[in-house]
Design a protein around this ligand. Structure first.
Ligand code: FE2
Length: 362
């Protein structure tokens, strides 16, 4: 990778393709504490699809659905079900970044184009990542509106659950492809490798995976990339690849400053989390030592704890938020630690395997 790499500045939004955006918007409002901020559809001049912008803290999720069978999103939805379509990046200069990406072998989904309305102009282009996941490049210097041109403010406010920002977004790719995508993120987006886990770090009695964490040097954006590894039984990554019909986003980790509060309200709202066996807590406090939070409350809410040289973190994982075992969410609170909870991998993957077994996929 050469020294003149230019990198995205951060995540503008994450767009999800869903079967029914109106109902998904209600789910993200009531179950996850997002407010609806804006809408685009035929009524606002967007033909063929409807999109709802959901916001909480700095997080922006766009829920989009095709309105006609001709729309290419319809075919994608038939194949993959509800899934992440686009992780859109903010960049300084779309044309310059686009040229740079193309020079370095980036796969073009759409050349730079203008989006305009009464509030100004947004320049945008689209680049492919793993599978048909997109990274839009967006520059907002000439735009004064609240979100993007074409969206009309349509606010349905909800009390926030305390989710503040996207911490990391994890992709699952095929066996043997992880290093290709690591190189792609290095060359095309100027990312660096932040961490690496091999199948000895991430294995259970039955299955294994490998993971490398890519990080943008200019933004607090991390992109772990997983691939399945050989084990006695089917890796959870392989189950994902079969259910999603190819590579794609496995989970989105959202930061909270108060995980006890956030997870309490998520649970009251009916969000389903992976069940960790009570024995997890038998040895945990000896391993991680003192933390600022109430340990009893952590145990009651099934929150996982890990510590490294820099501090500790608290995390919990939802079950998949659709019927296919594909996309799920992580809720994370960082107290110094910048890692990913390596000490929890085994318990977490055993919990996932119990659910895989119940689906007949282990
Ligand atoms: Fe994660």
């Amino acid at each position: 990778m050469s020294g003149d790499a230019i990198s995205p500045k951060g995540i503008h939004h994450v767009e999800l393709l869903v079967g029914n955006a109106k109902q998904a918007a209600y789910f993200y409002r009531k179950a996850f504490g997002f407010s609806q901020l804006a809408y685009a559809g035929p009524e606002t001049g967007l033909q063929g699809q409807a999109s709802y912008v959901m916001g909480q803290g700095k997080i922006r999720l766009v829920l989009s659905t095709p309105l006609t069978p001709e729309d290419p999103m319809g075919e994608r939805h038939r194949l993959r079900g509800d899934s992440v379509l686009d992780v859109a990046f903010i960049v300084d200069d779309v044309d310059r970044q686009f040229e740079h990406i193309v020079d370095r072998g980036g796969k073009v989904a759409r050349e730079p184009y203008d989006m305009t309305d009464d509030h100004g102009r947004v320049r945008r282009a689209k680049i492919y990542a793993y599978g048909d996941t997109l990274h839009s490049l967006i520059s907002l210097q000439d735009y004064k509106g609240k979100f993007l041109p074409g969206y009309k403010t349509q606010r349905v406010a909800e009390p926030s659950f305390g989710l503040r920002a996207v911490d990391h977004i994890v992709g699952n790719v095929e066996d043997g492809k992880m290093n290709d995508w690591v190189r792609y993120y290095e060359q095309v987006f100027g990312f660096n490798q932040f961490l690496s886990f091999d199948d000895k770090d991430i294995s259970t009695e039955y299955s294994a995976l490998r993971s490398k964490v890519m990080a943008s040097p200019t933004a607090n954006v991390k992109f772990p990339i997983n691939e399945p590894a050989d084990g006695l039984r089917k890796s959870q990554i392989q189950e994902y690849l079969e259910s999603h019909q190819g590579p794609g986003v496995q989970h989105i980790a959202l930061i909270t400053g108060d995980i006890l509060h956030t997870v309490s309200v998520l649970r009251q709202a009916g969000v389903d989390f992976l069940k960790i066996p009570p024995s997890y807590y038998d040895s945990i406090w000896d391993r991680v030592g003192d933390i600022n939070e109430d340990c009893r409350a952590i145990e009651e809410l099934d929150i996982l704890v890990d510590r490294d040289e820099e501090g500790y973190l608290l995390q919990i994982f939802t079950r998949p938020v659709e019927d296919r075992p594909t996309l799920f969410y992580e809720i994370i609170q960082r107290c110094g630690s910048q890692s990913f909870g390596k000490g929890n991998f085994k318990s977490l993957f055993e919990a996932i395997e119990r659910e895989q077994a119940a689906r007949g996929n282990l």
